[in-house]
Every structure is written in C-alpha cells, then in structure tokens.
Design a protein. Structure first.
Length: 401
C-alpha cells in the first residue's frame, strides 16, 4: 500500500500548482495530556470545548474526502488519551485521507499496534534531548517520560511497515537544549527517523495562544543568538551530508529571524499572510474550524456539518478567515510554514519529493528499546564541539523532617 492515497496525491499536485487545495489539517482530537511541557499551553487553550464523538469524526472524514483534504494530523493534547483513536484513524484512512499521528510516547505497545493496524503509518514523537533528566524536566518534571518515548519509538519500529511509512522526531529548540539538538538529529538518522525543529514560542497572558508558553524566561537572550545560529548552520550542513533533517533552508533561516523577534519571510509570496484556509487549517477538539492553533473565529463552523465543504469554498467564509489571519505577525509552527514553503518554493518542493517518493531512507527496523538506550548514550558522549546551552539551576529536592 502506498504512503499517500490517490486522493492525497491529487490534492498535493493541485496545491503545488495552484496553492489552493486543502493539503493539511491539524485536528486537536483532545485537550487532555499526561504531561505539562514547559513550552506548551494547548491543554489550557482548548480545555473549554468538548471532544467530538466517533460519529462526528465519521462525518468530518466524509467531508474531508469530499473536499480532497490530503493530510490530517491527529494531535492534542495527547491523542492517545482517546481510547477510540484507532477508530478515528480508520475513519480518515478508509476514505483516502492520509493520517499523521503526533504523540509524546504515552501509548502502550498494544495501542501502538492498534493504531498502525487501523492505517496509521505516519508518526511524529516529541524528543528534545538524549538526556533523560533534561527531557523529563522539559516535559514538566515527569519521571521516566523520556524512557517512555524511547519505548514508543521502539514499538513503532516494530509495527510500522518498512516501506511506505514515515517517522519523525519533533524537537522544540529552546535556550536550554541547544547542545542537545545535533545529538537528536544524529540519533534519528541512525534509526531512520527524520528530525523536525520548532523554535519555542512565547506569549503573554494578554495574548494567550495555543502552543505559546507564558514563561518569558524561555525567550532567547541576545547573547544566546550566536550559539543558536551556530547550531542551525551546523544541522543545515548535516542535512546536505545525508543526515535526516526534515526542515528546508528557508525554514531554518526564518528560525533565525523568529528567535530575534524579526519578521519571517515564508509568507512573502502570499502578500505577507499565511495560507489558511486555502492550504491548511485546524479543528478544535469539538470539531469546529479554526484558522490555526493560535486563533479561532467568532462564528462556529463545525466540520461535521454536511454543509461544511460548501461553506469552506464560499468567499464570505474566506474573507472571515482572512480578517483574522491577516492581523497575525507570524509563527514558526513547523507544519504551517513548511507546507507554504513546499507549495510555493521550488527547492523545497524537490526536497519533499525526494523525502517521500524518490529517495526515502532505508529503514533498519525494528530497533529495540535497549538498542535505543545504547545509541543515545553513545551519541551524547561523543567528543565534538557543541553549542552552549543555557545552564539551568539545579532542581531543589525537599527533604521531609
């Protein structure tokens, strides 16, 4: 079975030519999560809405098939918190809509096997460091969350098919893990997984956003920007050397701008506005349309409504979305910029074709949890120059009297 269905391929081809086809939808199937990662606010941002039922998911899948949606990302919160996730996956895959799953590694081996059997053959797992204590701290001081992620990686390499599947590590770049990111890229490459970077996003209580932390200490300081540039230049070179880094050159350059508070350039071919809703959009846990993870519309548009495909094409709806997104100063949430870049810039188009179609990497699967531990230890102990990370204070341990 091919990784992408005929429906997905048709939409991708049209989007590459016309930049007006729904390539990608981020579906926040739940706000529930077992972690409280320091760079994420989504469990609070979407906690005010219910979750769609499986019957509503089926109707959303019908609408997406009619609209020609190519890819739906099932994310959260933690999507595996939903016991019916396999049914959600099957609803989309059975209609030709390609499913990508995003997880922190929470799922058990049985749940992973169930998800793959339902048709999920595209996975992204969060991994910000090869140091377990560092990852646990980033995840909200949850012990063994790093080990659980490695166990999930091992399970996916056991159940995903070697051909026509895709696996990646999602890595948030922040001041405290600059020295870890090259290690993550090397680790991913050794196990045939790509790595995708997202710079930390910081907001204020006056402007709450879904994936933007309120912790102002996570902003890059001026004296840290040189180290960040050094890292980005290094991993760009690594990609050209054959390491499995997913990110395009333009995206990497815009990370440099973003962490400086400068305007990004990835939207310049669309008059400085992102491509929502013509190339991508989001769904809240209750199934309502949202321009992206950061914004909502005043009016409710449930994607399970039988009229949603027609509404999606109406000029009044497009204008309503444009009125919201045109006021946005831009983000660097990997999927949105990279889809615009891939559909509007030739070099990135060719890179994506190579990644998914003409030259996908050979997969040395399965890989056991014990082998992953050995690889992580070896890579993090390699003697080579690393960018300096911000040193964090030691965690205080309270001793009871």
């Amino acid at each position: 079975m091919a990784l992408f269905s005929d429906l997905s391929k048709k939409t991708l081809a049209r989007a590459a030519l016309l930049q007006d086809a729904p390539v990608y939808v981020q579906f926040y199937v739940t706000a529930r999560c077992n972690l409280t990662c320091e760079q994420c606010n989504i469990i609070y941002a979407n906690a005010d809405v219910r979750e769609v039922t499986i019957d509503e998911v089926e109707r959303i899948a019908d609408n997406f098939a009619e609209m020609g949606v190519a890819i739906v990302l099932l994310t959260g919160g933690e999507p595996f918190a939903r016991r019916d996730l396999a049914k959600v996956i099957h609803a989309f895959e059975s209609r030709g809509v390609h499913v990508r799953m995003q997880t922190n590694g929470f799922a058990s081996e049985d749940r992973i096997a169930e998800a793959v059997e339902a048709g999920g053959r595209d996975i992204s797992i969060s991994l910000d460091s090869l140091h377990g204590a560092q990852q646990d701290r980033i995840n909200g001081d949850f012990d063994d969350s790093w080990h659980q992620a490695l166990k999930a990686i091992a399970a996916f390499t056991q159940y995903l098919p070697k051909h026509n599947s895709f696996a990646s590590l999602g890595c948030v770049m922040q001041p405290s893990n600059l020295s870890d990111i090259e290690d993550v890229v090397r680790f991913g490459t050794e196990i045939s997984w790509f790595t995708s970077l997202v710079p930390v996003h910081v907001s204020s209580f006056g402007r709450p956003r879904g994936f933007r932390t309120f912790d102002q200490s996570l902003r890059f300081r001026p004296e840290e920007l040189g180290e960040a540039d050094k890292l980005l230049d290094r991993i760009r070179k690594m990609r050209k050397e054959g390491f499995l880094l997913y990110d395009s050159d333009q995206y990497i350059d815009d990370i440099k701008r973003f962490i400086r508070g400068e305007a990004t350039t990835w939207r310049k071919k669309n008059k400085g506005v992102c491509d929502s809703p013509n190339l991508y959009f989001a769904l809240l846990p209750n199934g309502n349309f949202a321009p992206c993870c950061d914004f909502r519309l005043p009016k409710k548009y449930p994607a399970y409504d039988p009229h949603f495909p027609k509404t999606y094409r109406e000029s009044a709806f497009r204008k309503e979305v444009h009125n919201v997104v045109s006021k946005c100063d831009g983000c660097m949430y990997g999927s949105y910029p990279e889809i615009t870049i891939s559909m509007r810039y030739m070099a990135a188009k060719l890179q994506r074709v190579q990644t998914f179609l003409t030259s996908p990497p050979e997969k040395n699967w399965p890989v056991t949890y014990e082998e992953l531990l050995e690889k992580a230890e070896r890579i993090r102990n390699e003697k080579r120059e690393r960018p300096q990370s911000r040193q964090l204070p030691e965690k205080k341990v309270q001793v009871s009297a």
